[in-house]
Ligand binder design. Structure first.
Ligand SMILES: C[S@@+](CC[C@H](N)C(=O)[O-])C[C@H]1O[C@@H](n2cnc3c(N)ncnc32)[C@H](O)[C@@H]1O
Ligand code: SF4
Length: 390
């Protein structure tokens, strides 16, 4: 896996996440906070609530310089470009915005058009991330997607011609998939890719239709060995194409990593705006973990009443911060700075655990004091983190 130049990101990274919670249809594998409405969504009312929550959050966490903005969902490409423009203006009104700010919008190929994308660009978006999921029509159908492969590739072409920076997502380790069928699909994807690709292994999430089908034996996903082979093929093929993994599911040309996601994985500060958005804010020396009301209409009403939709605001204990630092940081190829771990936790990692996991070949430490997961350790990352965390 490739490493990322930490200095280039600056230590003061501050991200703003804005959640648009609606989709045209609900994909059967997805447990994101996304909802389908059969009546028109009152976009103007949501916009007013976004602007209000931005203002309130900026009053709580003033003086930051925003280094990245991420409009995620749901399907943010269902928003009108003017709506996006007004959200970005509100962020710029209440916080400083870095001149090289990264502004990403997630888009679904079913709601992409050249005019709409040009509108987002004019509004200030400079990067898009498209949910392509597969380049195989039968697989797209099985995933419940509304678009086919041709439409997905048309959306990629529009993204490429509109934005300097774009990425797309694929889901692999799908039912029936083998390295022999995945490799040509991935090769094709790499031909279409720009500087960044997100490649997620299909996860069976609780309370989804896929979970029910899986539990009843009607949906069979690749076994552990096949999933491991698929993962290995993914790493090899992408690295050879110049897009090594910088995070367990994210691949980029060196320097083209998604700066916003790095904010999460490096446990920097970020504000969460919109229904079900999470935030991490440092206020008076304490790290606050915030979460807003998940139900879209209930969130709007809360914001209209209280100026914000925050329903959870917990000060993280020292050890909780340290565990989060490991959980997030070890997903990255660059790993974590052990001195920063000590500064957060107030103590070093358990040397016996570090020794055992190093001897097993799952982690390594270097002379500069960084600890990282090895290629052998990444497929068992959850277990490695569980062993290291307190
Ligand atoms: C918010 S969606 C991206 C934008 C848009 N909603 C779409 O689907 O086109 C985030 C991404 O998470 C991934 N994802 C969602 N649920 C998943 C699951 N159960 N397993 C693996 N990947 C998943 C998909 O690749 C999806 O594109
Ligand atoms: S379009 Fe994206 S966010 Fe919406 S249900 Fe499908 S995967 Fe989830």
């Amino acid at each position: 896996m490739a490493t990322v130049d930490t200095a280039a990101q600056g230590v003061q990274a501050f991200g703003v996440y804005v959640h648009w919670p609606f989709c045209l249809s609900k994909c059967p594998y997805c447990d994101f906070n996304s909802h389908v409405r059969h009546v028109a969504v009152d976009e103007a009312r949501f916009l007013r609530a976004f602007v209000t929550e931005i203002e309130t959050t900026a009053k709580r966490a003033p003086g930051r310089t925003v280094s990245s903005i991420f409009l995620g969902g749901g399907t943010p490409s269902l928003m009108q470009p003017q709506t996006v423009g007004t959200i970005l203006e509100a962020i710029g009104k209440h916080w400083e915005v870095a001149p090289d700010v990264e502004v990403t919008l997630e888009a679904n190929p079913s709601s992409v058009g050249a005019t709409r994308f040009a509108g987002y660009r004019a509004a200030g978006v400079n990067r898009v991330s498209l949910g392509v999921q597969s380049l195989d029509d039968a697989a797209l159908k099985a995933l419940g997607r509304l678009h086919n492969a041709r439409e997905a590739l048309e959306a990629v072409a529009i993204a490429r011609s509109t934005f300097d920076r774009f990425s797309f997502d694929l889901i692999y380790a799908r039912p029936g998939q083998t390295p022999a069928t995945w490799k040509p699909e991935l090769d094709r994807a790499l031909k279409e890719a720009g500087e960044h690709l997100s490649l997620y292994q299909l996860t069976i999430e609780p309370d989804t239709p896929f979970h029910t089908l899986h539990a009843s034996g009607k949906l069979v996903i690749p076994d552990e060995d096949t999933a491991r082979d698929l993962y290995d093929v993914t790493q090899e093929v992408c690295a050879r194409a110049g897009l090594p993994a910088y995070e367990i599911s994210n691949h980029a040309r060196p320097g083209a990593e998604c700066r916003h996601n790095l904010v999460y994985w490096r446990t920097h500060e970020y504000a969460g705006i919109g229904p079900g958005a999470h935030g991490r804010l440092d206020i008076e020396g304490q790290r606050h973990a915030t979460a807003t009301e998940r139900r879209p209409e209930a969130w709007v009403m809360r914001v209209e009443e209280d100026g914000h939709g925050v329903v959870t605001d917990e000060v993280l204990l020292r050890q909780e911060r340290a565990d989060e630092f490991l959980l997030m940081g070890l997903r990255l190829a660059e790993g974590v700075d052990l001195n920063r771990y000590i500064a957060i936790a107030g103590k070093p990692l358990d040397p016996a655990q570090v020794k055992t996991l190093s001897e097993l070949g799952f982690i390594e430490t270097d002379a500069s004091g960084r600890l990282r997961v090895t290629p052998a350790g990444f497929p068992v990352l959850d277990a490695v983190v569980a062993d290291l965390a307190a």
